[in-house]
Design a protein around this ligand. Structure first.
Ligand SMILES: *Cc1c(COP(=O)(O)O)cnc(C)c1O
Length: 359
C-alpha cells in the first residue's frame, strides 16, 4: 500500500474570514442567484482589469461557454498545448470543433507561439504552471483567442494582469482547490466585449432570456445553454479568497525562489523563469529530472505528493484520432517532468524535507 501523502503538491489556504463569509450566506435568503455572484464578478474585474467577468460552476464550464459564444463549431480547428489538462482540448469538442496540438517550446513549457498554423480558427492559450504564454509572439493570430488561465490568476505580462484580455477575446480561470484561489469548484471568464459577456450569462443559465415587454412570467430560450451557475456560498468564498491573491502569489514566488537556491547543486532542471516584465503565478513548480519514475516513487514513498503535469493529451485513447505527427519537445519534457509541492502554506521546513528527499 502507498504511504499517506503528508506534503501534497498543492493545497488550498482557507482562513477564519473565508469560513465566516460562507456561514453568513447560509444565514441569508439567497444560496444561489443572489448578490454574492455580482460582488465576486466585480472583484474579478478589479483584479484582472477586464471590463466584464462571468462566473461559472467550474473552469471546464467556463472554457465550454467561451468556445460556444466565440462561435467556434463544426469545421473549425482549435489549437492548444498538448502539455495541459484535458479540458483545454475538450472544450473544442464540446462545440463540435476539432482540437489540434502545437508542440511546446522547452524553454517555456508553453505552446510555441511561432508554431500556430495559419488555418486555425481558434487558439486555447494555456499559461502552463502560471508562466504567461507571450501572445505578442504569435506567428498567426487565429480569429478566436481564448486564454486557459487556470494556472495564471495573479500572473502579469508587460501589458498588465493576465485576465485583462490585452491579446485575447476571453480568458478562463478555475477555482479548484489546487489553483491560486478556491471556491471548491468554480470558474470564470473575463472579457472586454459586452456582447460576449451577455452571451456568456445566457449560456450559463439554460440559454434563457427575458424580454422587457413580455409578461412577467415569460422567458425565451434563445440558444444552447446549460446550468453552469456558481452558488452564492462559493462566490462569497471567492471574493474573500481574492482579497488575498497578491499574498498567495507573493508567497508562491518566495517559495519558488527558495527552491531555486536550495536545488541549485542537484541534478535537476529548474522550471522556466518569468522574463523581465512578467510575473509568474507559480501554480506549479515543475522540475525536469533524470529517471523520473525512480524519483516519483522515491518521493511518494517518503510521503511527498509529487505529481506529473501532464500526461500529454494526445496520449489518451480518446485523442488517438487527432492527427498528431510529431510533438518531440512535448514528448521529451513529459519523460522528465515532476511537480514539487508548492502552495502558500508550505513551510520552509517542509520544503527542506522535499529537497533532502530529492537528494
Ligand atoms: C484546472 C484546469 C482546468 C479545469 O478547471 P476545473 O475547474 O477543474 O474544471 C482547465 N485547464 C487547466 C489547464 C487546468 O489546470
Amino acid at each position: 500500500m502507498e504511504p499517506p501523502v503528508e506534503i501534497p503538491y498543492g493545497h488550498q489556504s482557507v482562513d477564519a474570514a473565508d469560513i465566516e463569509v460562507v456561514i453568513a450566506v447560509l444565514h441569508s435568503d439567497r444560496l444561489t442567484q443572489g448578490p454574492e455572484i455580482e460582488r465576486f464578478e466585480r472583484a474579478l474585474t478589479e483584479a484582472t482589469g477586464a471590463s466584464h467577468a462571468v462566473v461559472f460552476s467550474n473552469g471546464t464550464a467556463a472554457l465550454h461557454a467561451a468556445a460556444a459564444v466565440a462561435g467556434l463549431g463544426p469545421g473549425d480547428t482549435v489549437v492548444t498545448s498538448p502539455l495541459s489538462f484535458v479540458a483545454s482540448a475538450n472544450c473544442a469538442r464540446f462545440v463540435g470543433a476539432t482540437p489540434a496540438f502545437v508542440d511546446i517550446d522547452p524553454a517555456t513549457l508553453n505552446l510555441d507561439p511561432r508554431g500556430v498554423p495559419t488555418g486555425a480558427a481558434g487558439l486555447v492559450a494555456v499559461h502552463f504552471a502560471g508562466l504567461p504564454l507571450d501572445l505578442r509572439q504569435l506567428a498567426h493570430r487565429p480569429p478566436v483567442v481564448i486564454e486557459d488561465a487556470a494556472h495564471a490568476l495573479g500572473a502579469r505580462t508587460p501589458d498588465g494582469p493576465v485576465g485583462n484580455c490585452a491579446h485575447s477575446d476571453m480568458c478562463c480561470f478555475s477555482f479548484h482547490p489546487v489553483k491560486a484561489i478556491t471556491t471548491g469548484e468554480g470558474g470564470a471568464v473575463t472579457t472586454n466585449d459586452a456582447g460576449f459577456a451577455a452571451r456568456l450569462r445566457v449560456f450559463r443559465n439554460h440559454g434563457m432570456e427575458r424580454s422587457r415587454d413580455g409578461a412577467p412570467w415569460e422567458y425565451d430560450i434563445t440558444g444552447p445553454g446549460w446550468n453552469y451557475r456558481m452558488t452564492d456560498l462559493q462566490a462569497a468564498l471567492g471574493t474573500s479568497q481574492l482579497s488575498r491573491l497578491a499574498a498567495f502569489v507573493g508567497r508562491r514566488n518566495e517559495l519558488a525562489d527558495r527552491y531555486r537556491v536550495v536545488l541549485a547543486d542537484l541534478d535537476v532542471e529548474l522550471p522556466p523563469e518569468a522574463p523581465t516584465g512578467f510575473t509568474h503565478a507559480y501554480h506549479l513548480f515543475p522540475v525536469r529530472v533524470p529517471d523520473r519514475r525512480r524519483m516519483f516513487e522515491g518521493l511518494r514513498s517518503r510521503g511527498i505528493g509529487v505529481q506529473v503535469h501532464y500526461v500529454p493529451i494526445h496520449h489518451f485513447t480518446s485523442y488517438r484520432d487527432v492527427a498528431t505527427t510529431d510533438l518531440p519537445a512535448t514528448e521529451a519534457a513529459y519523460e522528465r517532468l515532476l511537480s514539487l509541492p508548492l502552495f502558500p502554506d508550505l513551510s520552509e521546513k517542509e520544503q527542506d524535507v522535499v529537497v533532502s528527499a530529492l537528494q
